[in-house]
Design a protein around this ligand. Structure first.
Ligand code: AMP
Length: 388
């Protein structure tokens, strides 16, 4: 296959300038690429790492043309960037993953339908386009989870419906928050045993690399902690790897993908969702692997050979959410943390601290998972309250 390789010296564009965009920019710069960041928020952390920054709205046509002139290829840091923008940019430069892949993924109904059509198990679901249709849940039974079909993240735009009496309240919420064209997905609420996820990287020639399976703990719909490798039977890991690879293959995706799965008590795995980008549950790869998920994003975008996915050490990644970031920035908690053997602190440089905002993370490296888990648990128990 004749593949155009984008060599160091070129400028790579990223849509979205949050921490994922910033970590992409850091990897790209280390590898000798220039970086152009487009994020309408002037305060977005990745702007500080950019050779070229745009802060116009994503709908600005002149800005789009300007961006396209400055870059040799484009990626995005999350799936909620406008699909039309990627389609337009694609007419001028490579966009990876493609706008076609983005379109399938950014709508939860489309995505689950796609995965199901390609033989992957997903939770039973229903798409609705009117809040009044909530009563269709009768087909699925209770409990249920209702999610906005597009634009939800970190548990935002999600409602648990435990019983029929909850419907009226949720319906009011849907009416209050709906926008033109809003749709929602209703899913059976699964009493899973564990949540696991796996990174798959796929290059332009179809080569795939798979990182180890990890176990995730969520609180309030937000990722709290990731342990790598996941402590599950080898057969479960094999099945997860197979499912994740076939999802990315079916999408014909080029780039980094994170496939999130639910592991049921009887050993069944169901795909929760696929992210077309590096993922919070893959941050361990920055410190615990030879090549991180962000370097792979650069390599895949540029048509370069993919890197090794070797895990060098068991690890636990703990998110610093809201004012927990003060553990890493205010004395004496930050000094204690900096003295902790095996602890690697990452701060995202967000100026405003807000509840439920991801402000940084810590990776605890140790010779066993049990040891890394104990370090993370000890850190949390020493600091039940953020320092004032
Ligand atoms: P999502 O944004 O779809 O990844 O959902 C965020 C979190 O909500 C997941 O990581 C789960 O902890 C929980 N969740 C999502 N969908 C379901 C489901 N169908 N059943 C049970 N829990 C779910």
């Amino acid at each position: 296959m004749n593949v155009t390789i984008i060599d160091p010296g070129a400028t790579l564009g990223v849509l979205g300038g949050g921490q994922l965009g910033a970590m992409f920019a850091t990897a790209a710069r280390r590898m000798g690429y220039g970086v152009a960041v487009w994020d309408p928020h002037a305060e977005a952390p990745a702007h500080r790492l950019a050779d070229y920054s745009l802060t116009q709205p994503f709908s600005d046509v002149a800005a789009r043309k300007d961006f396209a002139r400055h870059v040799h290829a484009v990626t995005y840091e999350w799936e909620n960037v406008p699909g039309e923008l990627c389609e337009q940019l694609e007419l001028e430069v490579p966009v990876r993953p493609s706008s076609r892949v983005l379109r399938v993924i950014q709508d939860r109904i489309e995505q689950k339908t796609f995965l199901q059509t390609h033989g992957l198990n997903v939770p039973a679901f229903y798409g609705i386009s009117l809040p009044e249709e909530l009563d269709r849940q009768a087909v699925l039974g209770y409990p249920l989870i209702c999610k906005t079909a597009t634009a939800g993240y970190d548990g935002k735009g999600q409602w648990k419906i435990s019983r029929v009496e909850d419907c009226a309240v949720v319906q009011e919420d849907l009416i209050r928050t709906m926008r033109p064209g809003s749709r929602w997905i209703l899913e059976e609420f699964l009493l899973f045993e564990r949540e696991v996820s796996i990174l798959v990287v796929r290059s332009i020639d179809g080569t795939m690399r798979t990182y180890p399976l990890v176990e995730n703990i969520h609180e309030d719909g937000m990722l709290r902690q990731t342990t790598v490798p996941a402590d599950v039977p080898a057969a479960v890991t094999q099945q997860a790897v197979m499912m994740a690879r076939s999802a990315v293959q079916a999408l014909d995706g080029v780039g980094v993908f994170c496939v999130e799965l639910f592991l049921m008590g009887d050993g069944r795995l169901l795909v929760n969702e696929v992210a077309p980008r590096p993922h919070n549950s893959g941050h361990y790869s920055l410190d615990a692997c030879t090549v991180s998920q962000f370097e792979q994003q650069v390599r895949a975008l540029c048509g370069q050979p993919l890197g090794e996915v070797r895990l060098l050490s068991p690890a636990v990644m703990l998110n610093l959410i809201g004012d927990e970031v003060l553990f890493a920035t205010v004395s004496p908690a930050n000094q204690e943390l900096l003295c902790e053997p095996g602890a690697v602190v990452h701060l995202y440089g967000k100026r405003a601290i807000r509840p439920k905002r991801k402000m940084g993370h810590i990776t605890f490296l140790a010779s066993t998972c049990a040891e890394a888990l104990a370090k993370a648990a000890a850190f949390r128990s020493r600091h039940p309250q953020p320092p004032q």
